[in-house]
Design a protein around this ligand. Structure first.
Ligand SMILES: Cc1ncc(C[n+]2csc(CCOP(=O)(O)OP(=O)(O)O)c2C)c(N)n1
Length: 374
């Protein structure tokens, strides 16, 4: 019931937090999550970080072509995942959302397969790495053009409203997306239609090298909600439970027919924008270090330790479990091998056109010639 969960006011100057950096609970209400759930949230954070580190290694080994690191975004994403009913609600993610996809239940092997474009990738190697998607989870495949997924997210939410089953849509994006025309058109429509959608901006302060103040005249992202007639919440995105509680309130409101919300989660990306970027050219290293000191994993661990729910032995056990899981996922994809190039002609049209058949034949001839010359 919305009445029980309406805890937060919109448009606060200070970002909403429920755990401080020392791991102390500071909210004026009690934490109602069970011990196992709290430990699972911590596990999701660490699991995402380990995958992130492994993907960078795989990229340097030439096994993955592109990495969009999510290090520093995990707290926000795991918090969002906890507030959604996976497989019922719809989620429209963006390319930095691997931790969100994993926390929703995307199998790690599948996630690694998508990154490596191996033969066991359900997308058959056709997606750019770091573009999660899963029909089983109602997880819309991430699209590269910034903010292009926001209009279809709103369309989905309007359809959910017409169906009247209380399902909702959550749409995530970076701060750069909020400077795009698609974003404004879609958020405006959501406000006008009272669509059951929760927009979550993972504001890491930069759109590649462009700092937020250079791409928007707004003081912050949450403010933009005022123009479209919905509440805008600013939340500390390095506090996973704050994000969970704020997004849960917004999701509950959308389910109850109260319309859309915009949540701004203040995060940081620790690594460069991608493996093709050099962040030292546009941001100082002490800024990076200051944000790392606020890391969501350390904060959540201190919170658990303070409640007697975690210790060094549990940490050692988790590290071993996650390493084994990652090793297994990489080994399975290594063993499966790369997607054959000829697969690009499959599944394009139910009845292949003359042109497609000709292209396939031309490709086969080229390949034969290449084979002969080796
Ligand atoms: C329409 C469009 N314009 C430009 C780009 C190139 N581009 C890729 S990522 C990116 C930055 C987006 O920043 P933000 O939305 O803040 O997300 P972040 O990468 O910081 O998480 C840009 C400009 C693009 N993919 N699509």
């Amino acid at each position: 019931m919305i009445g029980n969960t309406r805890r937060f006011e919109p448009f606060t100057d200070a970002p909403i937090r429920v755990i401080d950096e020392s791991g102390r609970w500071i909210a004026p209400f009690a934490c109602d999550l069970g011990d196992d759930r709290l430990r699972a949230i911590y596990r999701d954070l660490v699991r995402a970080r380990r995958l992130d580190e492994r993907l960078s290694t795989l990229q340097r080994q030439g096994k993955v072509s592109f990495v969009a690191s999510a290090g520093g975004h995990e707290g926000a994403q795991v918090g969002i995942a906890g507030a959604i009913e996976a497989g019922r609600d719809w989620v429209f993610p963006y390319y930095r959302d691997l931790p969100l996809a994993l926390a929703l239940g995307w199998p790690l092997r599948e996630a690694v397969a998508q990154q490596m474009a191996s033969r066991i990738d359900p997308a058959r190697g056709r997606q750019m790495p770091a573009h999660p998607g899963s029909p089983a989870l109602n997880l819309f495949t991430a699209a590269s053009p910034i903010a292009s997924h926001v209009p279809p997210a709103v369309g989905t939410a309007i359809a959910q409203k017409l169906q009247g089953k209380g399902d909702v849509t959550v749409c995530t994006f970076g701060d750069g997306a909020t400077s795009e025309g698609d974003w404004h058109a879609a958020v405006n429509l959501a406000g006008a239609q009272g669509a059951p959608v929760v927009f979550v901006c993972e504001n890491n302060g930069y759109a590649i090298s462009v700092a937020f103040r250079h791409q928007s005249g707004s003081a912050d992202v949450a403010t933009k909600a005022r123009a479209y007639g919905m509440p805008g919440y600013r939340v500390d995105g390095m506090d996973p439970l704050a994000v969970y509680y704020v997004v849960r309130q917004a999701v509950d409101a959308a389910r109850a027919g109260l319309g859309p919300s915009l949540v701004e989660a203040l995060v940081y990306r620790y690594a460069a924008h991608s493996n093709a970027d050099d962040d030292k050219r546009y941001r100082p290293s002490d800024e990076v270090a200051a944000w790392k000191a606020r890391d969501p994993i350390g904060r959540m661990r201190r919170f658990l330790e303070g409640r007697g729910l975690w210790d060094a032995a549990a940490e050692t056990e988790l590290a071993a479990e996650l390493k084994a899981e990652l090793d297994d996922a990489v080994a399975a994809n290594d063993a499966a091998g790369d997607v054959p190039l000829a697969w690009m002609f499959d599944d394009v049209l139910a009845q292949p056109s003359t042109q497609l058949r000709k292209q396939r034949e031309a490709f086969a001839r080229e390949r034969d010639l290449a084979d002969e010359s080796t």
